[in-house]
Design a protein around this ligand. Structure first.
Ligand code: NAD
Length: 258
């Protein structure tokens, strides 16, 4: 029995920069179950990487569209393009975040107005902007999933302005879930454990975090791209049809420890 029922569904995956990206882990799983994956990218370099990665998946229905989440115009253009080509969107994976490197390195008190706004705009408001632009094309039972991190609720060394942005992202996720629930649309976040990706390179204390998780987490190990991808599949699929507005941890249980 196919419990996932994502074959033939149109899922937008935002945030593949390379093969290590959490979003790529999700995209692979989606293609494995026969979903149509529409990738969005910001930089031409990412587009090239996505096209290379897709060489092994040439028998799958995929598309690639430019979408810079800092620009309403770019978001509108991307979703018009996707909507026109695919008609209905059944799911969105929002796996996008960015902050200035100095705002992660400096003392938090040094955060600039511009750096704060930029992190919020890219990493939190983008979920609202994307949901708004996608809304005309969203299926009645569509699912939107965003990626968060424990720094949203705890002070983690070197996460700084990004922790504040993730707190806003999780709150925005809940407000979107409340607002879009009457349309049948679900919105959830996955709080992933630390995984070595391009974005993680910007976090100065990343290696210490990995060690601490190994020592402290109930499962005594770090989580990986596949585990986050599998939970994302659940959250995109009908298996989670009774769940909205939640932050689901995929972190070897680290968040429950004192
Ligand atoms: P990644 O660097 O592979 O992905 C981040 C993506 O965001 C990149 O593809 C980048 O191009 C995209 N992006 C940044 N600014 C953008 C913009 N203006 N417009 C469009 N795209 C933009 O790293 P990742 O670790 O896979 O990160 C994906 C998500 O997972 C992020 O939200 C991150 O905060 C979150 N997350 C990561 C970890 C971790 O340890 N790696 C843990 C928890 C949550």
């Amino acid at each position: 029995m196919d419990l996932i029922q994502l074959a033939g569904k149109n899922i937008v995956v935002m945030g593949v920069a390379n093969e290590r990206s959490i979003a790529w882990g999700v995209a692979k799983r989606l293609m494995e179950v026969g979903a149509n994956v529409i990738f969005t990218y910001r930089k031409e370099r990412s587009k090239g990487k996505i096209e290379k990665l897709l060489a092994d998946y040439s028998d799958h229905k995929t598309a690639v569209a430019e979408c810079d989440v800092n620009s309403d115009e770019s978001i509108a253009k991307a979703f018009e393009e996707i909507g026109t080509k695919f008609g209905t969107i059944h799911g969105i994976v929002h796996s996008v975040a960015f902050a200035h490197a100095e705002d992660l390195k400096n003392r938090f008190v040094e955060t600039t107005r511009e750096g704060y706004a930029f992190a919020q705009d890219t990493s939190a408001y983008s979920l609202v902007a994307v949901s708004k632009a996608a809304k005309p094309y969203l299926a009645e039972d569509a699912s939107i999933v965003t990626m968060s991190y424990l720094g949203a609720e705890r002070v983690l060394d070197g996460y700084n302005v990004m922790g504040v942005a993730k707190a806003a992202l999780e709150a925005a996720m809940r407000y979107l879930a409340a607002d879009l629930g009457s349309d049948g649309i679900r919105v959830n976040a996955i709080s992933a454990g630390a995984i070595r990706t391009l974005a993680a390179k910007g976090v100065p204390s990343f290696n210490q975090i990995l060690h601490k998780v190994e020592e402290t987490a109930p499962l005594k190990r770090n989580t990986n791209q596949e585990e986050v991808a599998d939970m994302t599949m659940v959250m995109l699929s009908r298996l989670s049809r009774g769940v909205t507005g939640e932050t689901i941890y995929v972190d070897s249980g680290y968040n429950i420890m004192g």
